[in-house]
Design a protein around this ligand. Structure first.
Ligand SMILES: NC(=O)c1ccc[n+]([C@@H]2O[C@H](COP(=O)([O-])OP(=O)(O)OC[C@H]3O[C@@H](n4cnc5c(N)ncnc54)[C@H](O)[C@@H]3O)[C@@H](O)[C@H]2O)c1
Length: 289
């Protein structure tokens, strides 16, 4: 991190923003969590407090928990001026991400790294066609479900300064993440690509009538000793979300088979979205509205 700036700013205080605020405050260094909604900031405060109670403090030179300052978007500029790193965690809309990244580029000095936590859009896609002041300071920094799943993937844009990659590897590790560097430009992160192939082949096997969801999950768990099979895991993510992700891969990688998408489209059209709708590959009770 920069010797003068110690703060990490997170833009978007939703599911990821709150979890990332907890992670980046674990060494005692300041965190700014910014959102346009005061309600979201309040909920994030409760989440961070709960995580701090059950999770751990990793320690710092100062030897105490840092404050997570929660503030509305009009304080973004002052937060960024103190930050060595700003991570956008706003919802998954390419136009929103592009607008946000453009604004961050305007507000931040050249020494501040600008990162995106987007699951499906690489920083290269987000930057596509944008004229930025300092094009070498952008990076994808994609977390999973910290602190429980601490893996984090770091992927440059092709123009990203190598010292940014090294610094992020060091600092994420120091804050309790397990960093993985995506060494080349890639449509999808390392894990997501492997998981996409598993989902795709699962759907293909279902479409061909090779096995039932119970059988696919059964054999997957028996061989790999994982707690969930691919059908159950897709139900948790949401079948509409799985379809969006597969459509995105299909757009940028011609030649992917259509059958898995067709199979999913039929399920989504029947209202089978997985856990959130009460049924997907399996049935679920107690769906909260
Ligand atoms: N949820 C996950 O499991 C997960 C995992 C890895 C990565 N991601 C990625 O993280 C990002 C955020 O996902 P999430 O699940 O935390 O979303 P979320 O909907 O829970 O939170 C998004 C937050 O951004 C705020 N926001 C929207 N527009 C804003 C703006 N212009 N300025 C400031 N705040 C704004 C919203 O009020 C909300 O609090 C997405 O890109 C997603 O792909 C999500």
């Amino acid at each position: 991190m920069s010797t003068t700036k110690k703060t990490v700013t997170l833009l978007g205080a939703g599911t990821q923003g709150a979890r990332l605020a907890y992670m980046w405050s674990r060494q005692g260094y300041p965190v700014s969590l910014i959102d346009k909604s005061s309600k979201q900031l309040e909920l994030a405060g409760e989440k961070i407090e709960a995580l701090q109670k059950e999770g751990g403090f990793l320690g710092s030179a100062e030897g105490q928990w840092s404050n997570v300052t929660r503030a509305l978007s009009d304080e973004l500029k002052s937060a960024i001026l103190k930050s060595w790193l700003v991570v956008e965690c706003v919802p998954e809309s390419l136009s929103l991400k592009r607008a946000v990244v453009e604004e961050l580029d305007q507000l931040a000095g050249p020494e501040t790294i600008i990162a995106s936590n987007s699951s499906s859009y690489t920083i290269t896609e987000i930057l596509g066609g944008l004229k930025t002041k300092y094009p070498d300071r952008f990076v994808s920094l994609h977390s999973y479900w910290p602190p429980e799943t601490s893996a984090i993937e770091i992927m440059g844009s092709g123009n990203t300064r190598p010292d940014i990659i090294s610094l992020l590897k060091t600092e994420t590790k120091a804050h309790g993440f397990e960093p993985f560097h995506v060494r080349n430009l890639s449509t999808g992160y390392i894990y997501n690509r492997i998981w996409a192939a598993i989902k795709r082949e699962t759907l293909f096997a279902l479409e061909e009538g090779v096995a039932t969801p119970e059988e696919i999950d059964g054999i997957f768990k028996a061989v790999l000793k994982t707690p969930k099979g691919p059908c159950e895991q897709m139900d948790v993510v949401g079948l509409d979300v799985v379809l969006d992700i597969e459509n995105h891969y299909a757009e940028v990688r011609p030649g992917l088979p259509e059958e898995p998408r067709t199979y999913l489209q039929k399920m989504v059209a029947q209202g089978k979205l997985g856990v959130k709708s009460g049924s997907g590959f399996f049935k679920y009770g107690d769906v909260k509205e």
